[in-house]
Write a protein that binds this ligand. Structure first.
Ligand code: ADP
Ligand code: MG
Length: 701
């Protein structure tokens, strides 16, 4: 079947028409014949099975029962009037019930004729009943050619409102298949189909919509999932290979004076094993002559800054400049303070450039940068303004990647003939399984070990009604000289109410902790950036003891003296957000606490989230639970990824198929790197098609 036939607009399929076509497009993203064929059922009703009345159980769901109607009556009065038929087989009796179209149905029903009734059963007392069953005379049922499993397709509220039912979609699918004669082009090499005993594409595309047996259905699903994951892995592997071979990078083959001097004389602590390993990984990248694009993952407090600094020193030792970009002024400021402190007594020149640096102060920075006497520039996106010209930027470090757009990062590229090496640092843990499928062989380093002597943050869950006890605890901590965060949720959809909560919360805190003994800061997204920074500053300097805020404080702020994080309405936060917020405390030598405040009513999922937070502080463990609870689509920073638009496979549940697909893809590329052999012609064609669609790599630069 030529591809262009499958690209026929869905409007042309008989039974669709412009109006329904529009609905299908808007609600299910079905534009073409091909899209419809690729609308896969999310479950099936097994119609190979017939129940006896005495085999029914409340959990049975939709079932088929063979029996006869032995009498029909009207029950109830007024609005609750209903038509009730007694349906019997040799094992017992049940009821069939209709609320709508009672008259017509009554006329159609045949007494004492064998029927197949299909529908969802419910139990009332000792009696089972089925409302609005599908009824078919047994002899018609037997003579009709039908598929054993009824597919249930994804739908939306709008679709059901507009009468686009599952039955309608099934009919459309039949029509579509009779038009396209089910001939899909095989996408996998024959040797693979044989070796893995995979169902051919054509058969799989038919079986998934019209299964002839449970076994064939499973085989078709497996085949299609495998194919889906296989091509994603092929894309990732090829992309990575292209990057490594095509994009040249500066060679940093020297570990020189600056690095060694710092390492021997100025390093304030011994590196953890994980930090050492990561530095080694980075060094080996930098020696290859390829462009480095490495993601450094490390939980909050795992010590990414020192790794960043050592990486900068490697660049400097090889005659290059480096920069560190942070998403906010405060973070840039903190990086600067930290790095400047570490570099005190060395000859390395470092400067800070943010939006609030005055024109007058910028000038010398610009000049020093252009002549190359400034080694490290730290800042916000002010760094990528056109006026900023590096003499020779060799290394760009980006902190907290999800706040930085690709466009912004791409700007750094243009400034030099070769792109600077890139190290992206993030505290958002991405579980291994997901990282593998998202990034393929893109280089990832993980700091999975905290510096020694860290005290574990004590986390508890408290209900709102225990607030007074929590306030008493806060008072004690403040008496010890500690500072407190109090964070309120801010969900866009309910922003107005959320701000009211925040304001009410702030007022009650101020009442509870009055001047002059206590000083309370408030920070939220509706404040002007200057005001926000001013309030943040006051808290950082210890001038206020309590910081009431929305999640604007989420990323990276370092106030070692803050020892208590109170999260209000904690049930409304996602796990990764809770974890990020908790990471704001536990940065000093003192015992720190995280208190999760919630109302009394909690969903099962909220309970799981809270229990997870109380039981572990391991970011990767938390990310795994998060991924299971929410699915990968919600995971921070991964939303735009093409992998998330998987049609059939599930990255978590189909983990093993994924791993297998990856191995197979690797093997194939190893054997035939350019896909030149004839037996891989079809694979090559699909790859070209996918590359034209792009999409997948949009967000990883
Ligand atoms: P993050 O990964 O969150 O950016 P930082 O780099 O800010 O973490 O480090 C957190 C704290 O841990 C800092 O105060 C830093 O000085 C300290 N630190 C980092 N590495 C070590 C180490 N190997 N031994 C002791 N302390 C360390
Ligand atoms: Mg940091």
């Amino acid at each position: 079947m030529p591809l262009n036939f499958l690209s026929t607009p869905i409007d042309y399929l008989s039974g669709v028409g412009p109006e329904r076509a529009k609905l299908l497009r808007n609600e299910l993203h079905i534009q073409t014949y091909g899209d419809l064929a690729n609308l896969f059922p999310h479950r099936y009703i097994d119609k190979t099975k017939y129940y006896k009345v005495n085999q029914l159980v409340p959990e049975a769901g939709q079932v088929q029962v063979i029996g006869k109607i032995i009498n029909v009556k009207t029950a109830g009065t007024g609005k609750s009037t209903r038509l009730v038929a007694t349906f019997a087989d040799d094992s017992g009796r049940m009821e069939l019930v209709w609320f709508r179209s009672q008259k017509q149905i009554r006329e159609m029903l045949k007494i004492n004729e064998p029927y197949v009734a299909f529908g969802k059963v419910a139990r009332y007392g000792a009696q089972y009943s089925m409302a609005h069953p599908e009824l078919e005379l047994l002899r018609d049922h037997k003579s009709r050619k039908r598929s054993a499993m009824t597919p249930i397709y994804p739908s939306t509220e709008t679709l059901s409102k507009r009468k686009i039912t599952n039955t309608y979609i099934v009919k459309l699918m039949r029509r579509l298949y009779s038009e396209i004669h089910g001939s899909f082009v095989e996408t996998l090499p024959t040797h693979l189909l044989e070796a893995m005993r995979l169902m051919p594409k054509n058969e799989a595309m038919v079986e998934i919509h019209f299964p002839s047996s449970q076994e064939k259905l499973q085989a078709s699903i497996y085949r299609l999932k495998f194919e889906e994951l296989f091509f994603i892995q092929m894309e990732l592997l090829i992309q990575n290979r292209v990057r490594k071979t095509k994009i040249k990078g500066y060679v940093f083959d020297r570990v020189g004076e600056h690095f060694n001097n710092f390492f021997q004389q100025h390093l304030p602590f011994e590196l953890t094993g994980a930090q050492k390993r990561v530095v080694k990984e980075i060094r080996s990248d930098l020696g290859t002559g390829s462009h480095m694009n490495r993601l450094l993952q490390g939980d909050v407090g795992s010590g990414k800054t020192i790794v960043a600094l050592l990486t900068c020193l490697l660049a400097i030792d090889n005659g290059f400049q480096a920069c560190i970009m942070a998403p906010t002024e405060i973070l840039a400021q903190q990086h600067y303070t930290g790095v400047a402190e570490l570099l005190a007594g060395t000859e390395i020149e470092v400067a800070l450039l943010t939006g609030s640096v005055s024109k007058k102060d910028r000038k010398p920075i610009h000049e020093a940068l252009e002549e190359g006497s400034l080694h490290i520039l730290i800042g916000t996106h002010a760094l990528i303004e056109d006026k900023v010209q590096f003499a020779n930027l060799g290394m760009a470090i980006v902190d907290e990647q999800h706040r930085f757009g690709v466009a912004q990062r791409a700007k750094l590229w243009k400034k030099n003939d070769l792109p600077p090496h890139i190290l992206v640092m993030t505290a958002t843990p991405i579980p291994r399984t997901l990282a593998m499928s998202l990034y393929g062989d893109l280089d990832i380093s993980v700091i999975d070990e905290l510096p020694p002597g860290r005290k574990e943050i004590k986390t508890v869950h408290r209900y709102d009604k225990n607030r007074l006890a929590v306030f008493a605890f806060i008072r004690d901590e403040i008496k010890k000289g500690r500072q407190i965060y109090m964070v309120y949720p801010l969900i866009e959809e309910s922003a107005t109410l959320d701000y009211k909560d925040l304001q009410d919360g702030y007022e009650s805190v101020v009442r509870e902790f009055p001047l002059p003994e206590y000083r309370v800061s408030i920070v939220h997204g509706r404040m002007k950036p200057e005001d926000k920074d001013y309030e943040m500053e006051r808290f950082v300097k210890g001038e206020t003891q309590i910081m009431v805020a929305t999640t604007v404080i989420e990323v990276g702020v370092n106030v070692p003296n803050a020892s208590v994080m109170i999260i209000e309405s904690a049930e409304r936060f996602g796990l990764s957000q809770l974890h990020q917020l908790r990471g704001r405390v536990g940065r000093g030598a003192d015992q720190s606490y995280c208190i999760l405040m919630t109302g009394h009513k909690l969903s099962t999922e909220s309970k799981t989230r809270l229990e997870t937070m109380v039981s572990t502080t391991d970011g990767f463990e938390i990310a795994e639970v998060d991924l299971k609870l929410r699915g990968p689509g919600d995971l921070m920073g991964t939303r735009q990824s093409g992998v998330m638009s998987l049609r059939l496979a599930d990255i978590i549940k189909d983990n093993q198929i994924l791993a297998h697909a990856r191995e197979v893809a690797k093997g194939l590329l190893h054997e035939d790197p350019q896909l030149q052999s004839r037996q891989h012609a079809n694979v090559k064609r699909v790859m070209q098609f996918l590359q034209n669609k792009k999409g997948l790599w949009k967000y990883i630069s």
